[in-house]
Structure formats: C-alpha cells, structure tokens
Ligand binder design. Sequence first.
Ligand code: ADP
Ligand code: ZN
Ligand code: ZN
Length: 763
Amino acid sequence: MAFAQVALDIPARSLDETFLYQVPQRLENRTQVGCCVLVDFARRPCVGYVMGLAADLGDEVDPACVKPLRDVLAEPYFDEAAAALAVWTAREYVAPLSEAVRLFTPPGPSPRLIKDPAGVWCLERAGTGPVDERWAVLAPDGRDYTPPARAAKQRAILAALRIGEVRVAELGIHIANPLPSLQALERRGVVRIELRRRLRGEAARSGQCAQEAIQQSGYVAPADDIQALTEGQRDALSAIREAPPGTAVLIDGVTGSGKTEVYLQAIRRVLSEGGSALVLVPEISLTPQTVARFRSRFGSLVAILHSRLGLGERFDEWDRVRAGEARVVIGARSALFAPVQRLRLIIIDEEHESSYKQGSSPRYVTRDVALRRAELVGAVLVCGSATPSYEALWLCGSDPQRWRRVKLTERATGQPLPAVQVIDLAAEFHIGNKTMFSAALKGALLEVVQRREKAVVLLNKRGFASFLLCRDCGFVPMCDQCATSLTYHARPLGLLCHQCGKKYPLLTQCPACKSPYLKELGPGTQFAEEQLAELLPPETPIVRMDADTTRGRSGHESCLERFIAADHGVLLGTQMIAKGLDFPEVTLVGVLVADLSLKLPDFRAAERTFQLLEQVAGRAGRASKDGRVIIQTYWPEHPAIRAAAAHDRAVLIKEERIVRAELGYPPYGRLADVVVWGKELGDVVAHINAVALALREVLPVGWQLLGPSPCALAKRQGDHRWHILLKAPPRADVPGVLGPFVRALKRAKGVKLAVDIDPYDMM
Ligand code: ADP
Ligand code: ZN
Ligand code: ZN
C-alpha cells in the first residue's frame, strides 16, 4: 500500500506539516510528488499537494486511521527537490507550508474549492487561456532603416529587433501597445510579423520523448558567438566552470565590465552539456533588449517568466520549461521556482537589488533560497553586481568553501569609469545659491545641452520619512543607541527613533554649529523640474520620471521612450532611473542631494546610497564619449560619498565594518523583525508587549530584543503598526527559535502578526 504526504492548501501558520493520506489503488499510477490532489480534512474537502510518497507508515500510525486520497487533480507541478525546497523555505522564513508550496504552482489559478450559495463545496479546476503566437522579425531591408525622430516606439522596436527576434507579447511588456507601430513598420517592409506554431503539444505529450530529443539534439552555439573576452571575463568564466555543484561565484565587476557576456558564455556551456540555466534579473531590467540579447544566442530555448505577460502566455512559458523544451529561463525573483529540468546554473544579476527580497509571505531572500536550490539539484549559483551587497561580500570572506569572488576591475570596452566631482551643498548655500543646482552642475548641464548630448539627473528620494537637516553644516540628529537618523514628527512634535522607540525633543538650534536653519527635509521632483526648466534654454527636452509620471502599465516605458527619442535633453527622476538602464548617449550624470537616503532609519542606508550612486554614475560614458558625474551633498566627507567619488567601496566598508560589528547588524548578526498591526492602537500595543515578554523567556543567551516601538510607517491603511527587532549572532538558527514560538502563539483578536527573517525593509 502507498501513502502520500500532503501539504494542505490552507495558509495557516500553524499548518506547517504535511498530513498522511492513503493512495487508493485506482490512483496509484497517477499519484506523484508535485501532484495537486483532493482530500478530506476536518470534515470538508480540501485541495493539497503531494510532497512525498511512502510505501509504509512505520509503527506509530495505524493504517486504518489514514484517510484515502479522493482524487488527483493535475499532472505534477514540481519534483522531489522542489518539494524539499518548499519545506526548507517555509521553515527558514517562518511561513505557512502552503504559501511556500504555492511558489511552485503554475501561473494562473490552481484548483481550489469554493462554497456555492447552498453551502456545498465545489471544485474549481484550473484553466489556461489562449496563447499569442505572433513574432516580430527584422526584414532584410530593416537593418538600415531609420524611423522619423518622432516615432519613438518604432525606434524602440527596431532597437530590440536588431538584436534578435522577439515575440509581440514580449515587446508589449516594455513598449505600450506596440502593434500599431509594428504594423506601420511592416507596411514599410522593415519588419515582418509572423505567426508561428508552438510545438508545445508535441513536447508535452511525453516528457520522455522531449528529454530524448534534447539529449540527441546537442545544442550547438551559433558561429558568431565567440567574442574575444577580457582577462577578467575569462577568469570569471573559469571560476564558474570550476565551481563545485552547490557552491556560488560572486562576479564583482564594475559597471560595463561585460558581466552579461560572461553569463551568456557560461549558459552556452551548460546547454552544450545538456543542462539548463535560470537567469534572475530585477523586474525593471527585464526589457525587450535584455530578452533579445539572450534570444539571439539561444533562440527558442529561451523562456521568459514575467508578471506582465498575459496569463495564458505565462502558463505556456512555464509549461515549456516544465517539458524541458525551454532551457534558458529568464525572469524576476519568482522565476527561481520555475520547474527547470536538469538545472545546472542559476544566475542572479544585480545581486544587491532589494527587490530580491520578497515583501510578502514567504519573505524569502532570493540569494539564500537560490543557493539552497543549487545545493539540492547540483547547480552552481552565480551572483553578479558592480555593487555587491555587504552580505554577499562577507560570505565570500567567511565561507570560502561555498563562496568564491571574481573581480572585474575594468570596463570591457576599455572606456574608463567616469570621473566624479563632489559638490558641498552647505558651501553653495553659504555663497547665496538657494536653488537645488550648484554652479558646477548648472554649468555642466548647459554644456551638455550645447553639445546636444544627454544628461541624467537623480533626485535621490527614497522612503517617506522626513528628518531634520542643518542647512549650514549638514548635521542630522541621530539616535544615540541605534546610529540611525531620527524621524521628524509634527504630532506630537518631536523626534523619534523607529529602531528602538526612544523619544527626543525637537531641536531649534543645530547642536553642531548653533545655526538656527534646522529644516525638515524632503524636496520633490516636480520642484526640481521647474528649477531645471528655468536654468536651461527654452525648448530643451526634459523628461521627468517619478512615481507620478510613471503611473499605469506603460508609464515607465513611455517616459524612457521619450528620452531615447529626444536628440538631446535631460532625464530627471528618482532612483528608478538608476537601475540597469543603458543609454549610450548619456555623458553627464548629476545627483541633486545624495544625502537624502543616507539619513533613512535603516542600517543599510549608507550601503544603499553608495550602491545607488555607483550604479547611477555607471550610466555615464558607456559609449565612446567620456562620462562625467557630479554629486551634490551636504556631507561630502561621508564614507558612502567618498567611496562613490573614488569608485572604491573599501572606503565605505572600512567604516561600516566597525558600526555593524559593534551593533550586531548583518553580516555580523542576524535580524528578525516581528510586526504587529491592527485597527485599535491599544490592541496592537497590548499584543506586541505580550509577544515581547514571552519571547524574552525563550531567547537564547547572547540574543537581543529591541523595542517594542512603533514602526517608521506607524500607520498604514488605517492600521497601527508596532514591531520588535531581534538580534542574533551571525548564522544563528533564528527561524529555529522564532518558528516554534510564533506557531504556538495564541491568536489575539483584531491584530495580525508577521515575522520577517533577515529583513530588508524595517519601515
Ligand atoms: P555589465 O553587465 O557588466 O554592466 P555589459 O555586459 O552590459 O556590462 O557589457 C558592457 C558593454 O561591453 C556591452 O556593450 C558589451 O557588448 C560590451 N562587451 C562585453 N564584453 C566585451 C568584450 N569582451 N570585448 C568588447 N566589448 C565587450
Ligand atoms: Zn549645523
Ligand atoms: Zn534608537
């Protein structure tokens, strides 16, 4: 007799285990790990997923007490290794098992039970939609065609197609409604739109056939593939090649050092050995250009998993991956859980990006789950960045058995990194400049406009919290216990540390220089745009990009399209402009106030500021013309600014090491954030106090609790939010302590509780 361990599809934190069901004879052939099944649980039908199979029960369980499976609802969604990864993820991030399992289910609705009006449970099976199969291909005449200057979309489409063929649906991810422009190009004979039939049915019919076909096909790289690699690229490639399965390589390469080329060649090798590769990129970098770069090398072996594809399309891609037909999978964070067959290589590009931390349960850290997956399936993890996270760097130093670092110190094109000039804003203020643009930046912008080149201006405005800043000396009040900036509150008037809850009176005079000009800070992009328009010649194209101008599905792209289409001009925006964008014509990058993000109540504030500055500086001078960077700041001496100015992160790390080690912040400690929220402040405070009290009882020696204190976002959508912060030694088994503790907690009325292990955002 066979038995199945089933994870019930009920998202309750207390349900962290599987339940045993007997597999009836009629279902024995169809019951496999990864199958969605129908079972009885607590006197109702319930959907679940098979996590394991067993031939007998051992001595403890009486087979007569084990209920049978009712039905098998779908072909397996995942395999044993994935099941093990789901269990690990649920444990490691203190999440309900069902939520971890759901990471592995196909896009679109999975089978579920709903109550009909008569109160009867009904099964709703999963359905998939139709699939768009149109492809856009560059016609022979298209190579030399230049669309009119105003036809921004046509130019963007051609830029993508010149790299390789693209599915129309994929173009639609980043170019809003591309079809009319495509059709216009088709009428000119520049582009062909082809309907292509997908082989999905044939490949899926028998997994075995598909696998044999792939083994026999023996992937052969196209001839034009071999680019002469730089020395650094060759080192990186051989480090990946030599890395034992289950280990990681960090490619620490300056902006433009050719990391993508390293990925492409590493993938090529994996494919020729019959394996598959997974490439994770930040959502915002998943542009048609990125896709085309991979597609031009690997053709139809590429699958794209993107939340902005249609549901049918997404399911189809997922299914091509599962069938083993697509062997290069590109996607954002969640693509890590795609059913890739014979996975040999996982690549995380822009490893430092905070979007690799999942914001809702299970709140996983992509890098750590990826390494676990690599261990389970025998793959190699490659993380790449010009500004690797402090954690990743530390891993390379402290765990050299599993983490190896390769440095690429020069740009592949031989261009130097742009020169960086730091401007002291307090000095500008003293000589009477009350605008947001220093004389140096103003002059440089005017030059760029005169030469009809392009500039990018960043208003580094992350977060919402306002703080006090001395306009004379740049002083910002900090918490003496936490080394984070204090948040300014109008009601009740005062300063507050959101890390530990300590209150401070409002200052009327700068304690450092006695100046009375102590201002609450947080200028907007709109204001900056007005000032910019005043100082540049009229008619200069200015594109503003922030949360307001990029609303809606295609707001982001249409802003970028306008900037690309303009023959010169300025792109002004928040940090969203810094991410992975590659504008060859940009020769100047300006940063209006680099300090703003330095002062956020976040121990990573300095690290993140450096990353942002270094990345945005990397946008300058990528093509043949030299680039120039001007950073305006109230704090020119801050290590993050000095590090960015010198393109040398060691300047920052030297200081960060001391602060973080002393305060037990990552990587010199492990954190967990426990947040309680609810409509009634009294309930929230009472519950968080009770939780803190009980947690102190079970806290191992050397661990520390901070708070309870209000979250920096003390109220969100009508909910009051309080939190406690747990600090443990590095590599401590935090989930091992918090997991059982939280699962045993009694529910309190009117409040909710969330646990965030290794948190990134403690607002
Ligand atoms: P990164 O991802 O490290 O910022 P990219 O992979 O985008 O860098 O490469 C930057 C530029 O250098 C690209 O235009 C790429 O085509 C070019 N490039 C990459 N490798 C080489 C090489 N070995 N020789 C010349 N150019 C290269
Ligand atoms: Zn001062
Ligand atoms: Zn504090």
